[in-house]
Design a protein around this ligand. Structure first.
Ligand SMILES: [Zn+2]
Length: 241
């Protein structure tokens, strides 16, 4: 394995909202969710050798903007010009928050527009889905994109089907449940990543260790081996150089 300065990778966190979360031994993929958050995280990535950027407009943000199409023209131009951009995200659908048809429509417009953007830029996507897994996977099926299912909470069968398509990886947060244990067991280790989603699930990027320990335990690996393989998976998925 080449010599990287990192002990392990946090495949998804929001460094702009984590006080003092930055660590020189962790590879951070810091993620935006709105125009402002994209720019804040872009600045962090630019200033820190251990941070790379994922930028996009999340579904919870999309549904606040009835003029989403016009807004996206401007926001996507900004995203495309950000430094150290390695993926478009987090994007997707969240039916937990979208209660009306109008809100769902805005989320769809935004999701699809950014899948097209990722295609144009030749970048992978980081996908958020909540209570909308089947729809999200259906839409992704129409695109030939590498995708990371962030904090995936669908069924083990859905995780299998997504990965079987060849271009998806599934990311594990520091949160245990039965269905998650099942897909960790069933999927090849090469198809898994680990994340903190700090500050929303983990408090800090170092909480990714909890996800790594869970994967190591289920895969019957020692934690150091799991750290290394998951770091390599993260580097390969995002094309980190
Ligand atoms: Zn997140």
């Amino acid at each position: 394995m080449p010599d990287y300065p990192w002990e392990f990778a946090d495949a998804h966190c929001h460094l702009d909202s984590v006080a003092g979360g930055f660590s020189p031994t962790i590879l951070h993929i810091t993620c935006g969710y709105s125009d402002k958050a994209n720019q804040r995280n872009g600045k962090i990535a630019e200033e820190n050798a251990n941070a790379y950027l994922c930028a996009g407009i999340a579904p919870q943000e999309a549904m606040k903007h009835p003029d989403i199409k016009i807004k996206l023209n401007e926001w996507e131009e900004t995203i495309a010009a950000l430094p150290k951009l390695v993926a478009i995200g987090e994007i997707g659908l969240d039916y937990h928050w979208a209660k009306t048809e109008e809100e769902k429509f805005l989320q769809h417009e935004c999701f699809i527009s950014q899948l097209v953007l990722a295609e144009r830029l030749g970048l992978p996507v980081v996908v958020h889905s909540r209570d909308a897994e089947a729809m999200v996977l259906d839409i992704l099926g129409n695109f030939n994109l590498k995708c990371m299912l962030h904090c995936f909470s669908g069924s083990a069968e859905q995780a299998q089907a997504a990965v079987a398509g060849g271009r998806a990886v599934v990311s594990v947060p520091p949160l245990r449940n039965k269905e998650r244990r099942k897909f960790i067991r069933d999927l090849p280790l090469e198809k898994l990543l680990a994340e903190s989603d700090a500050p929303y699930i983990g408090k800090a990027p170092s909480d990714t260790l909890e996800a790594i320990k869970t994967i190591a335990e289920i895969k019957e690996l020692d934690v150091e081996a799991a750290k290394r393989q998951l770091l390599m998976n993260t580097i390969a998925f995002f094309g980190v150089k």
